[in-house]
Design a protein around this ligand. Structure first.
Ligand SMILES: Nc1nc2c(ncn2[C@@H]2O[C@H](COP(=O)(O)OP(=O)(O)OP(=O)(O)O)[C@@H](O)[C@H]2O)c(=O)[nH]1
Ligand SMILES: [Mg+2]
Length: 328
């Protein structure tokens, strides 16, 4: 499994420099004053800025072209034209910039530094105004420099998405149903075990924050030894910030599920149990689940247990908040 790659193509233009100005001083009683044409402003750069609240390129879906503003022309009285604003492109940590044609890596933002900026395309320099060209021989220069043109690039942004929270649970616990409820993902849901055969990723957006959720195939006893589908996919939750253990309250084995899941994870990679976690108790719309929930809470007084029903749409907001807290 190659992991989850997000990709987007962008066209970038830095701004042109503004032209220098040809102008001569006008004063009372002076027929023709000296040259006073100011310089053009410089074009805006194309700049990348790392934002840790972003986890995907979904904020770039609607915009594929970025332009630095052009510098303004110089003006009389040696006034400098205004510099063009930079185009700032926000990207999540881990973004890789590739040249679209050659596929060569141009920049790798693997550091996790919030607010790190990097200038990719410099805006064109503004042209010099005519007053720079005054010499003893040439008192009336009618020439000013044009601005330098901006640069262009076509690039590919690439991101190896790392899920923030992984859903782990027995088959049929309701993992995919919750992913579907919370995110844009559309995983298959079925009333039978092992409906999910490959991990699904979904993105939950709350305010301006992304939370990437991974729904992996159900884990059964012995998964860490290769039983079922679980083992191969556990590695996809190895780098998540947190885990959500899903316990189906209508399953006769509900009281033991958490213990079994923990055991399988520990056998696979014991660091998984040191991750922040919550228990999501599912299907509370079904009969008898109220009692089951009480028993679960008694057995695990130190675990955070959140009851939900995707069918009745209860507990959803609380889940969202907890997932957000685990991710940020
Ligand atoms: N009553 C009830 N049933 C639910 C709820 N959520 C999911 N289900 C049902 O439970 C069954 C399993 O749901 P899935 O979301 O496919 O479960 P899963 O954990 O992804 O299962 P695997 O992919 O096989 O591991 C389906 O029939 C769902 O319709 C709920 O809130 N209430
Ligand atoms: Mg599933």
């Amino acid at each position: 499994m190659q992991g989850f790659i997000d990709e987007t193509r962008l066209e970038l233009f830095s701004g042109n420099g503004g032209p220098g100005c040809v102008s001569f001083r006008r004063e009372k009683y002076v027929a023709k004053g000296g040259p006073d044409g100011g310089d053009g402003g410089r074009g805006g750069n194309v700049v990348f800025e790392v934002k840790r609240n972003l986890k995907t390129f979904s904020h770039l879906n609607a915009k594929h072209t970025f332009r630095g503003k052009n510098g303004q022309p110089g003006m009389g009285k040696k006034m400098h034209g205004k510099d063009g604003d930079h185009a700032v492109i926000l990207v999540p940590p881990g973004t890789i910039i590739r040249d679209f044609e050659s596929n060569d890596i141009i920049k790798d933002f693997s550091g996790n530094v919030e607010g790190e900026t990097w200038t990719f395309l410099q805006g064109g320099k503004g042209g010099l105004g005519n007053w720079h060209y005054r010499t003893s021989k040439k008192q009336v220069p009618r020439y000013a420099q044009p601005g330098i043109e901006g640069q262009y690039a076509e690039i590919l942004l690439e991101l190896n998405m790392i899920a923030d929270v992984g859903f782990v649970g027995f088959p049929n616990a309701g993992k995919s149903s919750l992913l579907k409820e919370l995110t844009n993902a559309d995983p298959k849901v079925g009333a039978y075990p092992f409906t999910t055969k490959i991990p699904n990723l979904g993105m939950l957006r709350i305010a301006d924050k992304d939370v990437v959720l991974a729904d992996i195939p159900g884990i059964i006893d012995g998964a860490s030894q290769g039983a079922g589908l679980g083992l191969r996919f556990l590695k996809h939750i190895a780098r998540t910030a947190g885990l959500a253990f899903m316990v189906d309250l209508s399953d006769p084995d509900f009281l033991d599920a958490f213990e079994h899941l923990k055991h399988e994870l520990e056998e696979f990679e014991s660091s998984l149990l040191r991750k922040e976690r919550i228990i999501i108790a599912t299907k509370t719309d079904l009969e008898g689940t109220g009692d089951a929930l009480e028993q679960l809470r008694e057995k695990y007084p130190d675990e955070k247990i959140i009851p939900i029903s995707v069918f009745a749409r209860t507990g959803i907001d609380e889940i969202k908040l907890n997932l957000l807290n685990m991710a940020h």
